[in-house]
Design a protein around this ligand. Structure first.
Ligand SMILES: Cc1ncc(C[n+]2csc(CCOP(=O)(O)OP(=O)(O)O)c2C)c(N)n1
Length: 203
């Protein structure tokens, strides 16, 4: 059973984590979401319990929406594992390496196809990740082999502090407003910095 959390529930969770982080109660980096609640809930309307969800360093919302209980997500974050949350029993996996989960997502989708499964993989990435070679290979391979995978590009315009469009001298990104059924794209603006919660310095 997938969670029925609302946008307000997600914001409340992330606000709690931000406060704990700023109070130095979390001994490791956190990457917080803000401003994408409706968009990500929209994506999760298509995600089933048997599907796999693959994420980056920013994955609190995906874990909650995939059905991991809030207390379990909080316990892992407090233990310093926010940056690479993995709950295989809930079929949600993350990596803090840019592009790190993409080949894993493609491999899971290939294995589902080979074993005749009916579930699929949802693979989240930031817009800078989506411009990397590894993303282009993952999308091309998945499309050409007709794999049961859906890529979600979340565009906050930035790669840490770098403007992604300026970095590539490209006004319109590769998957921007994509109508490809294999790809969802949405734009959002966050009130949080790339990492941390805006008060306590870390990294
Ligand atoms: C291989 C690798 N290189 C560099 C980094 C440092 N790094 C972490 S997040 C990030 C930016 C990624 O931007 P984007 O894909 O747009 O994701 P966002 O954090 O904005 O959601 C970078 C360069 C890393 N984690 N892994």
């Amino acid at each position: 059973m997938l969670s029925q959390l609302s946008a307000d529930d997600l914001i409340r969770f992330e606000t709690d984590i931000a406060n704990e982080f700023n109070a130095a109660k979390i001994p490791a980096p956190v990457h917080l979401y803000d401003g994408n609640e409706e968009s990500i809930i929209n994506v999760f309307n298509k995600v089933k319990a048997e599907d796999w969800v693959l994420c980056s360093w920013r994955s609190h919302y995906q874990c909650l929406l995939k059905g991991v209980p809030e207390a379990e997500v909080k316990r892992e974050i407090r233990a310093g594992r926010s940056i690479s949350l993995c709950f295989p029993e809930y079929r949600v996996l993350s990596s803090a390496i840019v592009g790190g989960v993409l080949p894993i997502a493609v491999g899971i989708a290939l294995s589902i196809k080979r074993s005749g499964g009916s579930n699929k993989v949802f693979c989240f990435m930031g817009e800078m990740t989506s411009e990397t070679g590894i993303a282009h290979e993952a999308v091309k391979y998945s499309r050409n082999h007709n794999l049961p995978i859906h890529f979600v590009v979340e565009d906050n315009g930035k790669s840490v502090c770098t403007d992604t469009r300026a970095a590539w001298a490209q006004e319109r990104l590769t998957y921007e407003e994509s109508t490809d059924p294999m790809i969802s794209y949405y734009r959002y603006e966050s009130k949080y910095p790339h990492a941390g919660a805006g008060v306590r310095v870390q990294f």
